[in-house]
Design a protein around this ligand. Structure first.
Ligand SMILES: NC(=O)c1ccc[n+]([C@@H]2O[C@H](COP(=O)([O-])OP(=O)(O)OC[C@H]3O[C@@H](n4cnc5c(N)ncnc54)[C@H](OP(=O)(O)O)[C@@H]3O)[C@@H](O)[C@H]2O)c1
Length: 470
C-alpha cells in the first residue's frame, strides 16, 4: 500500500471548504491529473454519493469510480475509489484552527495484481503528485483569481474575424477551458433568477446553479413544464430552494406582473439572468401589438431589469447577466429599425439587432448602476445545440451539428458570470468562454453616443406606451 498524507490551511469557513472538497466533481479544478469528473448519483452530495473521475496516466487515462463511505458535514468525508489498476481510500478531515480551516488529506492506494510489485517504484512519484494536488486544492479554496482579461490569442482571433467566428464552435470552448481557473465561491443563500429555464442554456444554467446551492427562482411560461423542471432539479441536485414564477415574457403585462410579485416579496436579488429568447423566422405581433422579436429580446429584459433594480440594489453586491448572441456582430445599432415591420422583416436580422441593442443597454446600465453595487455583463454562448437552434435554424443546425457546443458548454460562461468571485469585479463587458471580448468585429457596426442615448430614451418611452396598453 502507498499512503499519502498532506495538510493545508485555508482562510475560509470550514463548511465552505467541506462543501467544495467533498463534491468530487471539482477535482479537475485542483488535481492536475484529473480532467473529467461527474456525479453519477442523484440528490445532494452525501453518504453513498458516487462520482466518476477520469485521470491522466503516463500513457492514456484511467476511470476512477468514487463512492462516499463516510460523511460528517464540516468534519470528515471518506471516499472509496476503484479502478482496474488500484483501489484507494481518500480520507479528508476538516477542522477550524485559529480562524482558518485545516484540511488533512490521507490517500491509501493498493495496487491490484500484478501491478502491486511496482508499488516501491511508484511511491515517490505518487507522493509528489499528492503534494501538487493538495496545493491545487488550497489555491482553489483561496479563491483569489485575478480579474478576467482577454488573452492575446483571443484578441488576435477577434481582429482576424474568421478565427474569431471559429471560436463560437465547441473548439472555442475546448480551447478556452484549458486556461480556466477554479470556481469555488459558495452560492448558498444567494438568490438568483433565471428566465427561460425550461430548456437549452437556461435549463443547463439552472441545473448547475442549483447544484452549487443557490436559491433559485426560475421564470417559465408553461405551468406543467415549470413544475416538472423544478421537481426534476430538486431531485437531481437535492437543493430544496428552487421555485418557479410564470410569465410569458413577450407580454409586458406579464413582465410587469412578475416584477410586482417579486417586489412585493421584497427579497433582495443577488443575480438576474436574462436568458429567455427565441429567433422568430416570421414576422409576428404580440397580443399587446409589439413586434415579437423586439418584445421578447429587448423590451422584456430591459423592463424586467429596470423594475427589479431596487431588489438588485438591496442585495449590496449583485449581478445582471444578459444573454446576447454572436449574431449581433453583424448589426449596427439603429434605433429606428428595432421594431421591424412586416415588409422589411428578416428573423435573423431582427434578432441580431435586438441582441446588439441589449449589449449597448448592458454597457449603459453598468455605468449607471456602478454606485449601486450592481455589475452588469453580457455574454454570448457561441453556437450551442439547443431546442431553440434546432427549431429556428434547422439548416444551420444540420450543417453545424458536429461542431456545436452542448447546452452545458454554451451555458458555462453564464454560470461563471453568476458564480465566480472574479466575475463580480468587472462590469459592462461582453464575455465568451469566460473572457471579455470585443463588442465589434467590424468597424462599420460602431454606433455613436447619440444613438446610444436615443436607445435608452426609446426604451423608457415604451414603458409609458405599453403601460397604457396594459
Ligand atoms: N443556442 C445558441 O447557440 C444561442 C446562440 C446565441 C444566443 N443564444 C441565446 O441564448 C438564450 C437561450 O436560448 P437557447 O438556445 O437555450 O434556446 P431554447 O432552448 O429555445 O430556450 C429558450 C428559453 O426561452 C424561453 N422563452 C422563449 N420565449 C419565451 C416567452 N415568450 N416567455 C417566457 N419564456 C420564453 C423558452 O421557453 P419555452 O420552453 O416555453 O419555449 C426557453 O426556456 C436565448 O436568449 C438565445 O437568444 C443561444
Amino acid at each position: 500500500m502507498i499512503s499519502l498524507t498532506e495538510t493545508i490551511r485555508v482562510a475560509r469557513p470550514v463548511q465552505e471548504c467541506f462543501d467544495y472538497a467533498a463534491d468530487f466533481r471539482t477535482t479537475p479544478e485542483w488535481d492536475a491529473t484529473a480532467f473529467k469528473a461527474k456525479k453519477l448519483s442523484d440528490g445532494p452530495v452525501g453518504l453513498g454519493s458516487t462520482f466518476s473521475v477520469r485521470c491522466r496516466l503516463p500513457l492514456g487515462s484511467i476511470e476512477l469510480s468514487y463512492t462516499i463511505t463516510e460523511f460528517e458535514p464540516a468534519k470528515l468525508v471518506t471516499l472509496q475509489a476503484e479502478s482496474w489498476l488500484f483501489s484507494a481510500v481518500d480520507t479528508i478531515t476538516f477542522a477550524e484552527e485559529q480562524g482558518q480551516t485545516r484540511i488533512d488529506y490521507r490517500a491509501d492506494f493498493s495496487y491490484k495484481m500484478p501491478f502491486a510489485a511496482l508499488e516501491g517504484a511508484l511511491k515517490n512519484g505518487m507522493q509528489r503528485m499528492g503534494k501538487v494536488a493538495l496545493r491545487g486544492l488550497q489555491r482553489a479554496l483561496e479563491d483569489n483569481n485575478a480579474a478576467p482579461e482577454i488573452s492575446s490569442g483571443s484578441a488576435t482571433a477577434d481582429r482576424l474575424l474568421w478565427p474569431g467566428l471559429a471560436m463560437f464552435s465547441k473548439w472555442g470552448y475546448r480551447r478556452g477551458r484549458k486556461h480556466w481557473l477554479p470556481m469555488s465561491a459558495s452560492l448558498k443563500g444567494k438568490r438568483m433568477i433565471v428566465t427561460g429555464a425550461s430548456s437549452g442554456l437556461g435549463l443547463a444554467t439552472a441545473r448547475e446553479l442549483a447544484r452549487r446551492g443557490a436559491e433559485l427562482i426560475l421564470v417559465m411560461r408553461n405551468p406543467e413544464r415549470a413544475t416538472a423542471v423544478v421537481e426534476d432539479l430538486k431531485t437531481e441536485t437535492g437543493n430544496p430552494a428552487i421555485r418557479h414564477e410564470l410569465a410569458d415574457l413577450s407580454l409586458m403585462a406579464d413582465v410587469d406582473a412578475l416584477a410586482q410579485r417579486l417586489l412585493k416579496q421584497g427579497q433582495p436579488i443577488d443575480v438576474l439572468v436574462n436568458n429567455a429568447g427565441a429567433l422568430f423566422n416570421d414576422w409576428g405581433e404580440t397580443a399587446e401589438g409589439l413586434e415579437q422579436s423586439f418584445a421578447l429580446l429587448l423590451l422584456s429584459p430591459w423592463r424586467l431589469t429596470q423594475a427589479l433594480h431596487p431588489l438588485l440594489k438591496a442585495a449590496g453586491q449583485s449581478r445582471v447577466v444578459n444573454v446576447v448572441s454572436g449574431g449581433m456582430y453583424s448589426q449596427k445599432l439603429r434605433v429606428d429599425r428595432l421594431e421591424a415591420t412586416p415588409d422589411d422583416y428578416a428573423g435573423a436580422t431582427a434578432y441580431a439587432r435586438c441582441k446588439r441593442a441589449l449589449t449597448v443597454v448592458t454597457e449603459e446600465w453598468a455605468q449607471d448602476w456602478a454606485e449601486d453595487g450592481i455589475v452588469v455583463n453580457a455574454m454570448h454562448p457561441g453556437w450551442a445545440d439547443t431546442p431553440g437552434v434546432e427549431t429556428a435554424l434547422p439548416a444551420f443546425h444540420t450543417l453545424t451539428r458536429l461542431i456545436l457546443r452542448s447546452p452545458e458548454e454554451g451555458a458555462d460562461t453564464i454560470i461563471w458570470l453568476c458564480a465566480a468571485s472574479e466575475a463580480g469585479t468587472v462590469s459592462g463587458k461582453l464575455f465568451l468562454d469566460r473572457e471579455p471580448r470585443t463588442t465589434h468585429l467590424l468597424s462599420r457596426t460602431r454606433e455613436d453616443s447619440a444613438e446610444r442615448e436615443k436607445l435608452m430614451r426609446f426604451l423608457e418611452g415604451f414603458e409609458i406606451e405599453a403601460l397604457a396598453v396594459a
